[in-house]
Design a protein around this ligand. Structure first.
Ligand code: SAM
Length: 301
């Protein structure tokens, strides 16, 4: 669908695009094809699309996947897509945030057909050009709720860079994305590939959700005594872990010890940092996910 077609459909349906819904439609077939290729769909895939809009991605997804569930907030866009009667598509009208949380099951297609569960996951893939206002929120929910095995999503460039950031530039979003998944920026998409043209560029990222939970590599005191240092298999409590991470980032310019000293005790924080080989002056953005996990394990000792 090119820019003129998108404009004329919006006019015909009297769709007033709103910024609050992040309605910038993809008008480039080559970018669409690149996204579809990146999703590496196969005929067994159960796919969730968030914000199908006028169906730029949807029409290709339904041809390649076993089943597509698409959630659209805008009633007019929903009506437009519904009228297309695309085979293989379960269209849901609503806010994906409400549907995903707290009741993911609402997203399940009703009726005879039951979606196959893959290793306890509900969808194989999420493929979406995400509405930018809800990007971080929806990503967090999808990762926390283990909604899919892989997320192939278009996000604002700056958000994509935060998702895949390295030590020194980490944020709560980076820790979260890299704790649950292995994110990778696939390619850039310039604003001119959308209508209306957004002010910022985008990137397509792939997040491969980790199949096993991260563990700490902090050595247990018992194995040290036995002169057999080995990694202690510590099951991380996600909720407590992210409370620690959020507290660590509460004042970005401050050293980690100053953000956390009041909560866990200054001495304990300093000692935990020493034990995992970090200096006292370290800041939250300098820790890798593994260092956060080790720090969490050390603080919990
Ligand atoms: N997939 C289409 C495309 O690539 O051209 C549209 C992408 S547009 C960036 C985002 C879409 O998400 C819009 O259709 C918008 O109406 C929809 N949307 C916005 N907020 C939403 C929400 N909370 N839940 C579901 N859909 C939403």
């Amino acid at each position: 669908m090119n820019e003129f077609e998108v404009k004329s459909i919006c006019k015909e349906l009297d769709i007033r695009l709103t910024k609050s819904k992040g309605q910038n439609f993809l008008v480039s077939e080559s970018v669409r094809d690149e996204i579809i290729q990146a999703a590496e769909l196969d005929k067994d895939d159960l796919v969730l699309e968030i914000g199908p809009g006028l169906g730029a991605l949807t029409e290709e997804l339904v041809k390649r996947a076993k089943r597509v569930v698409a959630v659209e907030l805008d009633k007019k866009l929903y009506g437009y897509l519904k009228a297309k009667k695309l085979e293989n598509l379960e269209l849901v009208q609503g806010d994906v945030l409400h549907l995903l949380y707290p009741s993911v099951p609402h997203l399940f297609p009703k009726g005879e057909w039951t979606p196959p569960l893959t290793k306890g996951r509900r969808y194989d893939k999420v493929v979406a050009n995400l509405p930018y206002q809800i990007t971080s929120h929806v990503l967090r929910m999808m990762l926390e709720k283990n909604v899919a095995g892989e997320l192939i999503v278009m996000v604002q460039k700056e958000v994509g860079e935060r998702i895949a950031a390295k030590q020194g530039k980490m944020s709560v979003l980076s820790v979260m994305a890299q704790y649950y998944s292995e994110p990778q920026i696939l390619f850039n998409v310039a604003g001119g590939n959308f209508w209306p043209v957004p002010k910022v560029d985008s990137v397509v990222v792939k997040l491969k959700v980790k199949s096993s939970p991260p563990i700490s590599s902090v050595k247990s005191s018992r194995s040290l005594k036995a002169d057999q240092p080995k990694a202690e298999k510590l099951k991380v409590n996600n909720e407590i872990f992210f409370k620690l991470v959020r507290a660590g980032f509460s004042a970005k310019r401050k050293m980690l010890k100053n953000n956390l000293g009041g909560i866990y005790g200054m001495e304990k924080v300093k000692q935990a940092l020493r034990e995992i080989g970090l200096g006292e002056k370290v800041r939250a953005q300098e820790l890798s996910v593994q260092q956060w996990i080790n720090f969490y394990a050390q603080l919990g000792k």
